[in-house]
Design a protein around this ligand. Structure first.
Ligand SMILES: O=C(O)CCC(=O)C(=O)O
Ligand SMILES: [Fe+2]
Length: 199
């Protein structure tokens, strides 16, 4: 892979292919992207169904895409907005770094420590067998937890910092679950962008 950023950290976990780029975006671009996305995104709070019960998602989201394809998960169907200039600029950099073209970007806004994202894998049918997910973090740093589905001794915690990129591909989603846990600490807002290929 092309080395466009100073540092790349290979997690080297079994049954996975995960790379972390702590300083993917320059500080000034990370700062301005956070401010713009915070303001210009039509954030919505969706409800998901789990075992027939309806829950408000503990975060706000928005879906962007260039192919108009809806994205379904947990009995929820999201329709994409058209990409903004702010997102296109980041998308270009992500695509150059990963040598991959993404169709869609799911944005998450974690307003504070009470917002979270429960254990899951990004394994929806529309993503294909070994999906590549490129995840950009802006604002408040938050812990990202990984746990292996079958070998309970395999776990990893990673602090996702402002301006970083986390790349998951290969068998990662098949073998591992991930989450952003809640924290009782008084913390600020975080925006996460996950670029995906939705077919
Ligand atoms: O916020 C994050 O870093 C993770 C988001 C995530 O896992 C998802 O949207 O599928
Ligand atoms: Fe995910």
């Amino acid at each position: 892979m092309k080395r466009l950023v100073p540092e790349e950290i290979y997690l080297n976990l079994p049954d996975s292919d995960i790379v972390y780029y702590p300083d993917f975006l320059e500080r000034s671009e990370a700062d301005s992207s956070f401010d713009l996305l915070y303001k210009e995104t039509p954030w919505q709070q969706d409800h998901i169904s789990v075992f027939g019960k309806r829950y408000a998602q503990p975060r706000l989201t928005a879906l962007y895409g260039n192919n108009g394809k809806p994205y379904s998960y947990s009995n929820l169907v999201m329709l994409p907005h058209a990409y903004t200039d702010t997102l296109l600029k980041i998308k270009k950099k992500v695509e150059a770094q990963t040598e991959t073209s993404f169709t869609s970007c799911l944005l998450n806004l974690y307003r504070n420590g009470q917002d979270s994202n429960g254990w899951h894998a990004d394994n929806e049918k529309e993503l294909g067998k070994h999906p590549i997910i490129a995840s950009v973090s802006l604002g408040q740093e938050r812990f990202f937890h990984l746990k292996h589905r079958t070998d309970k001794s395999l776990k990893q915690k990673l602090l996702l910092q402002h301006g970083s990129l986390l790349l998951m591909k290969g068998p990662t989603q098949e073998a591992w679950l991930h989450q952003i846990p809640k924290t009782a600490k008084p913390i600020g807002a975080r925006i996460n962008l996950t670029f995906r290929i939705i077919t």
